[in-house]
Design a protein around this ligand. Structure first.
Ligand SMILES: Cc1cc2nc3c(=O)[nH]c(=O)nc-3n(C[C@H](O)[C@H](O)[C@H](O)COP(=O)(O)OP(=O)(O)OC[C@H]3O[C@@H](n4cnc5c(N)ncnc54)[C@H](O)[C@@H]3O)c2cc1C
Length: 366
């Protein structure tokens, strides 16, 4: 994340376009001593790695947020943290990649790969095969299913969440806030993203049972994800687990995985935010959307070769942090494929960690 922040900092020059990056700071609000201790412990563990943040007591937090009409126990404030705008950044990165020679093919589902002499020799799309010596699986929430068809087991589950933004307006709240039931982030257009904290839902599907053992430690962690039995179970059960390269794949059936919006949850997010910050009482909601977040058992991505199939690589499982991490994760993925990444650098993201039992869930998952 620290490397990603350095790249974000230079993103406008590197991309030749505005990615909307701003260092506006993030405040982790704590309602009680228990939350305060948890965040402070995180800070103690992250500081030696180079993370910069400080603990604020209730009075210091009140000074930072003069528009708030309630008090908190305290907070952890990462003043130099920042955010960028996905709608600006994603096309800016894509266009920069094209200028550097990348060919981007939007809307072509990849069905599988071909091998020759045991090594990757082509990637096969619904429109035909493209010869290559390396394939990176970076399919987000679809990666596990794609690899399953290649007999590679990747423990990955999905949570759905909803988000909303308010209409642009001149409002004084600058740092992003998270905790205490809500999340807010100021956008470059002057509006805010306002979410309900803890609005993530895992729809129970056959994959929940397939990967139950891998995710067992989450049963006792306070990660806030709610479990739900829904029609997703039947949709998932009906999907093919294996297919040939000349057959239609599940990706072609769905194309864009657009989960329903949880309106109630979003209404609650605005109410909770408005109870603390009256500026949200009058806020007009401009847009709402739903999304899928893919998670691994330790909430860390996999950036790794797949040893069973030389030439096949995985860069996935970003566990809700893939946008922020993206620039550094992309750099590491590229170096890995070119054989330039240091083994030490890749070690935490090894694919084998799920099979050899070496995963160490970090403080956020305890
Ligand atoms: C509401 C919401 C809020 C979030 N907030 C944050 C945040 O504040 N900070 C942060 O860092 N992250 C955040 N995230 C998470 C972030 O968006 C993801 O971690 C990130 O997008 C993952 O990137 P990815 O490239 O691994 O996967 P994706 O972005 O999902 O990209 C994978 C792409 O592969 C395509 N694909 C899959 N299978 C195939 C196939 N067979 N053929 C062709 N194409 C295929 C998919 O259609 C998709 O376009 C949020 C996510 C959501 C939903």
């Amino acid at each position: 994340m620290l490397e990603a922040m350095d790249i974000w900092e230079q993103s406008n020059e590197l991309l030749g376009a505005d990615a909307g990056f701003q260092r506006n700071g993030v405040v982790y609000l704590c309602d009680n001593e228990q939350e305060f201790t948890k965040h402070s412990e995180w800070l103690e563990s992250a500081e030696p790695l180079g993370a910069k943040a400080r603990v604020l007591n209730s009075a210091q937090l009140a000074d930072l947020l003069p528009m708030a009409v309630r008090s908190w126990h305290g907070a952890v404030y990462a003043e130099t943290d920042g955010c960028a705008e996905p709608q600006l950044a994603a096309p800016a990165f894509a266009k920069a990649a094209q200028r550097a020679g990348a060919i981007i093919s939007i809307g072509d589902a990849v069905r599988g790969i071909e091998t020759a002499g045991g090594r990757v020799s082509a990637v096969v799309t619904e429109k035909g095969a493209v010869k290559c010596s390396a394939v990176v699986v970076a399919g987000g929430a679809w990666s596990s299913q794609f690899l399953g068809n290649l007999r590679v087991r990747f423990p990955q589950l999905s949570v759905v969440t909803s988000a909303q933004c308010t209409a642009p307006g001149e409002q004084p709240l600058i740092p992003s806030l998270t905790g205490s039931g809500f999340i807010t982030r100021k956008r470059v257009d002057g509006g805010y993203n306002v979410l309900c904290h803890g609005g993530e839902i895992h729809d129970i599907t056959p994959a929940s049972f397939r990967f139950l053992w891998d995710f067992r430690h989450l049963a006792t962690s306070d990660n806030g994800v709610k479990l739900r039995v829904s029609r997703e179970f039947f949709r998932d059960i009906h999907w093919k687990r294996s297919w040939k390269n000349n057959e239609s794949s599940p990706f072609e059936e769905v194309r864009t995985w657009d989960p329903p919006i949880d309106e109630k949850n979003l209404d609650a997010g605005v109410l909770v935010a408005a109870a603390a910050l009256p500026m949200f009482k009058e806020a007009k909601i401009a847009h709402r959307w739903g999304g899928v977040i893919d998670v691994t058992p330790d909430a860390l991505p996999v950036i790794s070769p797949i040893a069973a199939i030389p030439g096949l690589f995985l860069s996935s499982g970003y566990s809700g942090h893939g946008f922020g991490l993206g620039p550094a994760a992309g750099r590491l993925t590229a170096d890995m494929v070119l054989g330039n990444a240091k083994a030490e650098e890749l070690k935490p993201y090894r694919f084998e960690r799920f099979a050899d039992g070496s995963i160490r869930p970090g403080p956020a998952l305890r």
